[in-house]
Design a protein around this ligand. Structure first.
Ligand code: 5GP
Length: 130
């Protein structure tokens, strides 16, 4: 059965899309810990990032870098934090989180409530900077 992230890639589940190419896809996390919190995934379904083949992993990193640069241009921050957990969704994803301080990358922080209109505004600004 397709993962929830494959359904997002296929347009079966809506998302606030940031960017896409042949092999990779980026979209806003639905429960962000910071404004601009983005997930970057390979289109191939692989649960564990370190089980990706070398080329896919390398390409994912390069794609994530481009997305991070677009987030940096959009959301005031010191830098973009990177995290990979994958305990909830069994489809490799890199979290990109705008950070001002160390605790901004704490996934125990309360999730932000951002209304869909603002989520789309954030996504469209990041898209424009991609
Ligand atoms: P992890 O697997 O890294 O522990 O967390 C999965 C992440 O995916 C969470 O931050 C969660 O908010 C996000 N997520 C789960 N389901 C969806 C979804 O349907 N849409 C989006 N945009 N994000 C999701």
């Amino acid at each position: 059965m397709a993962t929830i992230f494959t359904k997002i890639v296929n347009g079966e589940i809506p998302c606030f899309k940031i960017a896409e190419d042949e092999n990779y896809f980026a979209f806003l996390d639905i429960n962000p810990i910071k404004k601009g919190h983005t997930l970057v995934i390979p289109k191939v379904e692989e649960d564990y990032i370190f089980n990706l083949d070398d080329n896919t992993l390398a390409g994912l990193s390069v794609f994530a870098k481009k997305v991070a640069k677009a987030i940096e241009k959009t959301i005031p921050c010191l830098r973009i934090g990177v995290a990979v957990m994958g305990l909830e969704v069994p489809h490799t994803h890199i979290h990109l989180v705008p950070m001002e301080r160390e605790k901004d990358l704490n996934f125990s922080n309360p999730k932000l409530k951002i209304d869909p209109i603002e989520m789309e505004e954030i996504a469209s600004k990041i898209r424009a900077n991609f």
